[in-house]
Design a protein around this ligand. Structure first.
Ligand code: NAD
Ligand code: ZN
Length: 385
């Protein structure tokens, strides 16, 4: 049967404002009471003040929940939930990286589901939700996903619901100016991982491929410059757009086993999400190269990043391009080089494989690895190859 008979769905929901001064857009709303969900870093780097200055200028009342921590836990979400149930805001602004945005999403999700126990859905009003990413990044400002960590069991819990999709995303380049080089590198590699995984995922489609290819192109063009010259706002704005585009791509197409492994590895050794992805991505690309369809798509992706007409092994070529970029931005090429203890790795390996096999991202990887294949792949990621 022709693919035309297969009805599929693609949606881009949030209104996206981007460019220097985009932060002023929050003043164009008639909010009565805003809740800002953020973390202490935003206070320290003066980013919260940039936002509250705009709200003050427009006489918009606000209160701040700044307890978010990297890889937000279920406890933080519970605290935030209590906070908004008491304050009853008509708008919620998430200011921060993926951790702040995901916390706000989970708060909205649990708040709505809590109210559903007492009210009919028609009577539940969801606050207007604005996401302002300060990293480039997770793309969380345009996805219906949130990742919450169960700290007791060292496990990341993925939540998926359209309820959590922001109404608006504000990409203000000045908000990412202060990101230190190591975080710029790690979060930028998260963008590339989203783009590469979405491009070859089993759910890829013409729309998602278009966003993913452009995102990958922008990463190869701008990430190194952002890393060496953090004050280059043009390069940072380009990474912000790449992050958002990669988010749109994977929200539709899904991800792959780099993320499955990174979720497990990140939770086990408390590695930043982007760093865990960056270390695993080249090996996963090489592994997926065993799939003819993935080879074909990697070839097209290489064209998008400026390496056209590859006649040989496209996965190997992409592997090399990713490793070269990682080296340029001082990202280690193995977990061993990152400093993870070998005995600890061996002791935790089975748990990591078990979690990665069950991870939702494994479902859309172009190949479904067996336990043995996961084990070989993890050895490569640990020892380097
Ligand atoms: N929802 C999604 O679609 C999605 C996708 C990928 C990852 N994630 C999740 O997002 C989280 C990671 O988010 P992240 O990589 O953006 O990092 P993050 O939000 O955890 O922030 C990391 C650190 O950087 C600091 N920081 C953030 N912006 C800064 C700035 N402009 N200047 C200086 N410091 C700044 C923060 O204060 C924090 O200490 C993980 O929990 C991951 O699982 C979610
Ligand atoms: Zn990611």
């Amino acid at each position: 049967m022709s693919k035309l008979n297969d009805i599929r769905f693609f949606q881009v929901k949030p209104a996206i404002y981007y460019g220097i001064g985009a932060i002023e857009q929050v003043g164009n709303h008639d909010f009565k009471q805003v809740c800002i969900v953020t973390d202490e870093g935003m206070v320290k780097f003066g980013l919260l003040k940039m936002l509250t200055d705009v709200l003050d200028k427009h006489n918009i009342k606000y209160h701040v929940f700044s307890d978010v921590e990297p890889d937000p836990s279920t406890e933080i979400v519970e605290k935030g939930l209590t906070h908004i149930l008491m304050e009853k805001p008509d708008a919620l602004i998430a200011l921060g990286g993926g951790s702040a945005i995901d916390s706000a999403k989970a708060i909205i999700y649990y708040c709505y589901n809590f109210k559903k126990m007492f009210f009919e859905e028609d009577y539940i009003k969801k606050p207007y939700f604005i996401a302002m990413p300060t990293t480039a990044g997770t793309g969380s400002e345009v996805t219906e996903y949130a990742v919450i960590t169960d700290k007791k069991n060292n496990t990341k819990i993925p939540l998926t619901d359209i309820l959590m999709m922001p109404d608006a995303a504000i990409l203000e380049p000045k908000l990412i100016e202060s990101v230190p080089p190591a975080s710029t590198a790690a979060t930028g590699m998260d963008v590339l991982t989203h783009a590469v995984e979405a491009y070859v995922s089993t759910n890829n489609n013409p729309f998602s491929r278009c966003y993913a290819a452009k995102a990958a192109e922008l990463v190869f063009k701008s990430l190194y410059e952002c890393y060496v010259n953090g004050g280059n706002l043009e390069a940072k704005a380009s990474m912000q757009i790449a992050s958002c585009m990669a988010g749109i791509a994977f929200n539709s197409a899904g991800l792959g086993i780099t993320h499955s492994i990174a979720h497990a590895v990140g939770a086990q050794w408390h590695l930043p999400h982007g760093l865990a992805n960056a270390i695993g991505l080249p090996y996963v690309v090489r592994f997926n190269g065993q799939c003819g369809r993935a080879q074909h798509l990697y070839n097209r992706l290489l064209s998008a990043i400026g390496i056209p007409n590859v006649s040989g092994d496209a996965a190997e070529m992409l592997y090399n391009s990713i490793v070269t970029l990682c080296k340029e931005i001082n990202i280690p090429t193995s977990l061993k080089e990152q400093g993870i203890d070998e005995a600890d790795f061996k002791a935790s390996k089975d748990i990591i494989i078990g979690k990665a096999m069950k991870d939702v991202c494994t479902q859309t990887n172009p190949l479904s690895p067996t336990r043995e294949q996961f084990s070989e792949l993890l050895d490569q990621i640990y020892y380097g190859a």
